[in-house]
Design a protein around this ligand. Structure first.
Ligand code: FES
Length: 574
């Protein structure tokens, strides 16, 4: 293997030459108290850290950056921590999805504009994984992803509570009068007991696993609970490894190949992963020049069953998944379906990384011969209501809704829906299909996680816990139910969803991957010509830029000017 020489390092242009500007660079490092020995001939490693005081999922990342630095120093590198937008899922409004591409841009430009040779990316809370990875792919230097890891299991009255999933579940019980205010308050204290990401198979756990399956993390890294001592140990190893990756010039384009993307989608299916991952994987793959579309998820979904018995599709939590052997064990179960020759950040193949993995708790990680759900996690439906597709998670739905026909109950936007579902006199039955418009990438804006529409209160009291719900929004990976999401094109830009009226019949058939609005074409054309586009959400600022450049869900919601692989020149240093 051809190893780089110190004068081949990117940072050499800033620090290794002798001119007026390099004097400034070096004198400013000396201002920090560093000496020439600290940086001379060493790879500079940028630790892109999404720690912040508003993101409890990342509360440990400040300490973890120090663990990474220890490893970088041991291996002869020079670590520099670079703070980046934190994207705390519970707090950022209207939706973190509005800012995923912002983080991707920030990560890319942080790395490009500074003297950085390799990157360690610290993230985990939903959008931070794809945001950081998209930025690093476009930047093109060696990078390794350090997942924040899941928080510990929630606990309430001796019961395990799962992030999100159990909130939705017990909220409905509270609405139905089965849970008291005091019990609800106790749950608030018990559901999030440590730092780390949501510990169900939500978007965070799904995306961290996908990063590992793509080959971007150390083997097993995505399953380590944030509070486990193995987590800082993993960070130290990542710090040591990135220095060698720089010398080896092991860039992400050598790791993210079509076969690696297929591996990641297979792992997604076997995990029963979040529907959000579809958007992110499409975006990440397209950044790497791989023409991925939603149909590939559907094809793979038909061959890969769900093996991880983790909520919301299954019973356990991510802590149990770790004890059961973690992602390496799950990938070992899938070995016959994966391309084991794919390269990873270790410099070894996927096959080598998982060779000795074992399942310790077979009820948590099932085998292909005994899956927890016979078909994959995700179905992509198409039809006149969603010409470019929409998605559903059949494993998490009441199975009677996988073939269903019922009258629509249409809501023009979230506020309209939120008012109506509270009404005791709402004309709704369990067979109705709830339809929410204006929840898409432009319409939300930012495609918020509104897709698990609340069951109307009147039906909740009558014991109804699932219904068919359709929207152009997303849903939290912790959510469940017969929710059809990501309808493309979205209603805000004049997709057919905009023209649904209450009382229209809607039919879905998951087996046939079909969704159909039973309204004649000429009537739909009449409704379209009477439609006026909604007013823009933003007249200035980032929101206006977002609205002008955001792609639809089936395209991965990247900005048009960020997509693709066109080379960006290295900055001039004058
Ligand atoms: Fe951060 Fe769920 S809120 S991962």
């Amino acid at each position: 293997m051809n190893r780089k020489r110190p004068e081949d390092l990117r940072s050499h242009r800033w620090l290794g030459v002798s001119d007026l500007r390099s004097f400034g660079h070096r004198s400013r490092l000396r201002q920090f108290g560093y000496d020439a020995e600290d940086w001379g001939g060493r790879p500079v490693i940028g630790i892109v850290n999404t720690w912040s005081e508003i993101n409890a999922c990342h509360a440990h990342l400040r300490a973890r950056a120090e663990n990474v630095k220890r490893g970088v120093l041991q291996a002869g590198g020079f670590p520099i921590e670079l703070p980046a937008m934190s994207l705390a899922e519970p707090f950022v409004k209207p939706s973190t999805m509005l800012y995923r591409n912002f983080l991707a841009m920030e990560a890319e430009e942080l790395l490009r504009s500074h003297p950085i040779d390799g990157a360690v990316l610290l993230g985990g809370c939903d959008k931070t994984t794809p945001g950081l990875v998209m930025g690093a792919i476009s930047m093109g230097i060696p990078a390794i992803y350090v997942p924040a890891g899941p928080m510990l299991r929630g606990n309430w009255h001796g019961e395990y509570l799962g992030s999100g999933s159990d909130v939705w579940k017990y909220w409905m019980e509270k609405q139905a009068g089965n849970i008291t205010e005091a019990q609800w308050s106790e749950m608030e204290s018990g559901i999030a007991r440590s730092f780390g990401t949501c510990m169900v198979m939500g978007t965070a756990a799904t995306m961290m696993a996908i990063a590992e399956a793509l080959g971007l993390t150390l083997p097993g890294a995505s399953s380590i609970p944030a509070a486990d001592a193995g987590h800082p140990r993993m960070c130290g190893v990542a710090g040591r490894r990135i220095v060698d990756m720089v010398w080896e010039d092991l860039t992400l384009d050598k790791i993210i190949t079509p076969a690696a993307v297929d591996n990641a989608i297979k792992v997604h299916m076997a995990m029963g992963g979040s529907t959000n991952a579809i958007i992110h994987v499409v975006a990440m793959a397209r950044r790497a020049g791989i023409a991925l579309d939603m149909q590939r998820f559907d094809q793979i979904s038909r061959e890969i069953p769900v093996l991880a018995n983790v909520r919301p599709s299954g019973k356990y939590l991510m802590e149990d998944f770790f004890y059961a052997g973690g992602l390496r064990a799950l990938m070992r179960q899938l070995a016959g379906k994966l391309d084991l020759s794919c390269m990873t950040v270790t410099g070894k193949s996927v096959g080598e990384n998982i060779a000795d993995a074992q399942v310790y708790l077979p009820d948590v990680i099932h085998s292909l011969a005994d899956p927890i759900y016979g078909e994959g996690a995700t179905a992509v439906l198409k039809g006149n209501l969603a010409p470019r597709g929409c998605v559903m998670k059949p494993a998490a739905a009441d199975q009677r809704f996988l073939r269903h026909r019922g009258p629509a109950l249409a809501f023009e936007d979230y506020n309209h829906m939120a008012r109506e579902v509270e009404r005791d006199d709402l004309a709704v039955t369990p067979d109705h299909v709830l339809v929410l418009k204006n929840a898409g990438p432009k319409g939300g804006p930012g495609m918020p996680e509104w897709g698990m529409l609340p069951i109307p209160k009147k039906l909740v009291k009558a014991g109804v816990r699932d219904m068919v719900r359709i929207s152009d929004g997303r849903m939290s990976g912790t959510s469940y139910g017969a929710c059809i999401l990501h309808v493309a094109p979205e209603s805000y830009v004049g997709g057919p969803l905009a023209f649904v009226k209450t009382g229209d019949e809607i039919e879905i058939d998951v087996d046939q991957r079909r969704i159909h609005l039973h309204v004649a074409d000429d009537e739909l054309a009449r409704r379209r010509s009477a439609w006026t586009p909604p007013a823009p959400h933003y007249l200035r600022g980032y929101g206006a830029m977002f609205s002008a450049h955001i792609g639809q869900a089936d395209e991965g919601c990247d900005f048009d000017f960020l997509a693709g692989t066109a080379r960006t020149a290295e900055p001039e240093i004058h």
